[in-house]
Design a protein around this ligand. Structure first.
Ligand SMILES: Cc1cc2nc3c(=O)[nH]c(=O)nc-3n(C[C@H](O)[C@H](O)[C@H](O)COP(=O)(O)OP(=O)(O)OC[C@H]3O[C@@H](n4cnc5c(N)ncnc54)[C@H](O)[C@@H]3O)c2cc1C
Length: 99
């Protein structure tokens, strides 16, 4: 089921240009294959990621977490729900000194 208009409104108001609708997954897989996902986002911060996970869960919208798409094959008819790529918000992970 495609995203409801109020869901699109919420996503656009919270993530502005970083949320893409009907985004071809072929742009996010190493093998350049895959039809459109209802919404694609690469959150910039863990706060954005947390907010998105809580909201999708509350709305019952399917959420798929991906990394760089190097081990992913996506069908031509794409993915329903939201795909979240962690590429931006996990860049700053560092090992604490002495751990
Ligand atoms: C040319 C090439 C060479 C490769 N060589 C190797 C190799 O030598 N050794 C090797 O082990 N692998 C190799 N791989 C496979 C791939 O690089 C690894 O499997 C890599 O770990 C996949 O990471 P990714 O971030 O691209 O995952 P993705 O392709 O983005 O995701 C793979 C799966 O993991 C899930 N996933 C990703 N991130 C998360 C997360 N944070 N939480 C929950 N689920 C998650 C996704 O939903 C998906 O189901 C190779 C791939 C290619 C294309």
């Amino acid at each position: 089921m495609p995203l409801e208009p109020d869901s699109i409104k919420w996503l656009t108001s919270h993530f502005k240009d970083s949320i893409k609708f009907d985004e071809p997954m072929s742009r996010h897989t190493h093998f350049k294959v895959g039809g459109p996902v209802d919404a694609f986002i690469a959150p910039e911060s863990r706060e954005d990621l947390t907010q998105l996970v809580i909201w999708t869960h509350s709305k019952g919208i399917p959420l798929l977490i991906i990394g760089d798409g190097t081990n992913l094959l996506v069908k031509d008819h794409g993915i329903r729900g939201i795909v979240v790529a962690l590429v931006n918000c996990t860049k700053k992970i560092s090992k604490k000194a002495g751990k």
